[in-house]
Design a protein around this ligand. Structure first.
Ligand code: ADP
Ligand code: MG
Length: 156
């Protein structure tokens, strides 16, 4: 028999501070090996969320949107790996799969533009989907790809 658990939660944030705070709260639930995929258009709030998440992990360095670096690593309670694949226009699966490696098992990985490596994304991930509602309001849907990741939903 398959297990049925609540795996999805939808909420709204009223501005960037709200979205950052959501990230900070979720970071409190992070354990080593977690993967969060941040889906949404340019300006949807993915990096705002990532900055808040980093703060919640105790990262003191400034989290930016790296233009030419696909992955940045930050020290915190757990190492934070922040990938922004926007510029990875046509990744072959072989290349994309190299972006997730053993080192990340020791930390938490956030991926902006995960669609760039859709063929190689692990199923065990938390999807965070950002939709613009109006200028300052975002609808954010959390979807846990595994039962244990539902722990993030309680923190939202
Ligand atoms: P992305 O990384 O998804 O391209 P950013 O996080 O860099 O987007 O930028 C989001 C922009 O939207 C910022 O300028 C931020 O101030 C603005 N914004 C307005 N309302 C919100 C909200 N509710 N959550 C997040 N960002 C918001
Ligand atoms: Mg961004």
């Amino acid at each position: 028999m398959s297990e049925v658990a609540v795996r999805e939660r939808r909420l709204r944030t009223a501005g960037p501070e709200d979205t950052a705070q959501l990230g900070t709260r979720l970071a409190g639930r992070a354990i080593a090996g977690d993967l969060l995929c941040l889906w949404g258009a340019l300006g949807a709030g993915k990096t705002v969320f990532a900055k808040g998440f980093g703060a919640g992990l105790g990262v003191t360095d400034t989290i930016t949107s790296p233009t030419f670096v696909l992955m940045a690593e930050y020290a915190g309670r757990l190492p934070l790996f922040h990938l922004d694949l926007f510029r990875l226009a046509d990744a072959s699966d072989a290349y994309a799969s190299g972006l997730i490696d053993d080192r990340q098992a020791a930390g938490v990985t956030l991926i902006e533009w995960p669609e760039r490596m859709i063929g190689t994304l692990p199923a065990r991930r938390l999807d965070v989907v950002f939709d613009g509602v109006d200028e300052d309001v975002r609808q954010i849907t959390l979807r846990a790809g595994a039962v244990d990741l539902a722990r993030y939903l309680d923190a939202a």
